[in-house]
Ligand binder design. Sequence first.
Ligand code: 5AD
Ligand code: SF4
Length: 441
Amino acid sequence: MTGTKKLYIKTYGCQMNVYDSERMAEAMGGQGYEEVSSPEEADMILLNTCHIREKAAEKVYSELGRYKGLKAEKPDLTIGVAGCVAQAEGAEIMRRQPMVDLVVGPQSYHKLPQLEARAREGHKALDTDFPEEDKFDHLKRRPKARRGPTAFLTVQEGCDKFCAFCVVPYTRGAEVSRPAARIMDEARDLVERGVREITLLGQNVNAYHGHDGGLAGLIRELATIDGLARIRFTTSHPNDMDDALIAAHGEVDKLMPYLHLPVQAGSDRILKRMNRQHTAEQYIRLIERLRDARPDLHLSGDFIVGFPEETEADFQATLDLIEAVRYGSAFSFKYSERPGTPAAERPQVDEAAKDDRLQRLQALLTRQQRELQDAMVGREVEVLFEKPGRLPGQMVGKSEYLHAVHVHDERIAPGDLARVRIDHSGPNSLRGVEAVLQKPQ
Ligand code: 5AD
Ligand code: SF4
């Protein structure tokens, strides 16, 4: 096989898709493909898609529309759709866009090389099964390839929670955890390749049960790897935040003081209709326990406004919850009807009310985010440097709290950890001075 074929992957949606795209690119590397950064150069285009909201799903079709000319010029071009739109819509994608040669669901990525070979022979290829085996075992990686300082590692997939708005339990399937031994091997391999920070990924990552001690047990074991300096995990459900995981936040130095813990809404009536299985009060108590364990913990959340039947009073309860928690960062969305989910059938909130609420919610979240970021000025933070900044001699990295930090210091290289005093807070990042480099741990 010659190394001349070119693969262009476009990734939409969550961090798990970013991880999956890396693994697919590595697997196709074994088939003689190298990754390129523009669709014009490619022999194969793969869209790794997201189905979480309507807009995300529609982007796929508009992107495919843009490839019509390319396919006409280059009939051998293989066009594939992967990810959650592939899972949700399957063969419908090929009916709507006949130039698509290949459709592969998130649980079938290990079949990608065979599907690509079928497509090259001129057949349409589709696989949206939920097989028993661990696809990552079958997706071969290139162990020696050098990596940047941060990496994602999927430990858990799928979700059994069935929140009334969410397609994940349908597109990613039931909750499945990867065995701890495989995760440890993969983590060691990443560290040997230069990674210093690993973010464990799962749609419901704190429900992880592939280790006797659950996610907390896995984190403690990962913390024993020399050279691995930082551990994070995302995304969690409040009800799976067990005592062991709360304790780990206070006891494991390598576990960063930042937690993405979505609540979605602050009204008990709406939380119940969302099938979240907890109240606003229970969530706030949980945050208190986490802060008792780790006082400097920064919280991040997801919020949905305009969920069916949400009133102004319900929305006010969400604002009150946000005031009570004080978030370091947050993501907020207008409710989007997803076919096949229970909430899609219910009376909808009108678009103007959704827009108005989103604006007010985001104004509050931005203010909080800014306050917590500004409070870093004068403090010393630990920064893991990732890449050069835009200005000469500048390096950019992330603090423990995931703030971007810029420092001018010629001595610093990607992968370095340093203690940095913050002297300025800008719109999206902090500036530091007097970096004191730390030795690798
Ligand atoms: N509409 C709007 N936002 C949604 N999310 C999930 N489903 C929907 C939907 N139908 C949001 C939730 C979730 C995040 C990943 O996306 O806030 O936590
Ligand atoms: Fe979706 Fe998260 Fe709810 Fe699971 S817990 S159904 S992934 S929002």
